[in-house]
Design a binder for this molecule. Sequence first.
Ligand code: HEM
Ligand code: HEM
Length: 257
Amino acid sequence: MTPLRVWDLPTRIFHWLFALAFAVAWTLGGEDDWLGWHSYFGYLAGGLIVFRLFWGFFGEELSLFRSFPIDPAGALRYLKNLPTNSGQHYLGHNPAGALAIYALLALGLATAVSGMALLGADKHLGPLAGLVASDWEDALEEVHEFCANAMLLVVFGHLAGVIAGSLLHRENLPRAMVTGFKPADISPQTPQPARLRAGVAAALLLAIAVFTANHDFSGGCDDNPMACENDEQAEGEEEARDHDRRHGKRKGRHDDD
Ligand code: HEM
Ligand code: HEM
């Protein structure tokens, strides 16, 4: 069997950075002391998804969205045939894997955006500071936590699928995601490595990663004066509310007297 190149370099870099970003963001989520790093890796995940959406239209053959369409009936059929290994063998993503991939991209985007909104509402930091009212904090926290946990569930499904597919089809799928090659006993159209395009995309991907890692999105006043203004404004409002509360209480007591 001749090894056939299935996953281009940008898709492989995307995959492993995305898995890393998710794992770190999830692990550090909810730890106040680690919020800076949590946000970094969350932004990285979001940036990578934006890249993957682009690569789904301009990438190499098997990375294109049209190569793995959303097909719930096909996914059911694939899963039904999986135990007996009697179904079609796919060189690219199978229809069940494809559903998991779209779910991961959609949930990942929702998690990153709700995280940014939460950071704005709760800490008055980040690009959405000043655009999201503090009253939304509780609802955003629920949405962010729900999306992150739903994503974790899909990741478990994804891993189960990768293990089952590897064992039943006797092929090492994780290795293919590292090397880009699969031993091919199927005869698809051979994807032509478009080296220039792959190089440009890999550079773009790395640029997103480096930019995300170096930019202090949730940083201090120098980086985001808007956030500080909002912070000061919010603190002022909070103090005023405290004052009103105290004043209101005293007044209430007077009224009772
Ligand atoms: C050790 C852990 C992991 C392994 C071994 C692994 C392995 C794989 C493999 C083998 C594929 C290709 C599936 C196929 O042949 O159709 C794949 C695709 C994919 N995986 Fe993972 N995965 C891991 C963790 C993750 C995590 C944590 C995420 C997301 C948070 C993730 C998201 C994806 C996505 C989005 C794709 C589609 C790749 C693309 O076309 O862009 N994976 N993974
Ligand atoms: C894939 C990306 C992300 C994942 C998987 C993720 C996951 C989580 C998890 C599991 C929590 C804990 C929820 C809880 O127990 O209450 C959390 C909290 C939080 N996340 Fe994310 N998150 C991501 C992206 C982001 C981004 C991009 C930001 C902001 C820029 C962000 C900001 C926050 C904030 C402000 C909290 C609340 C922290 C606290 O109050 O202790 N997240 N996240």
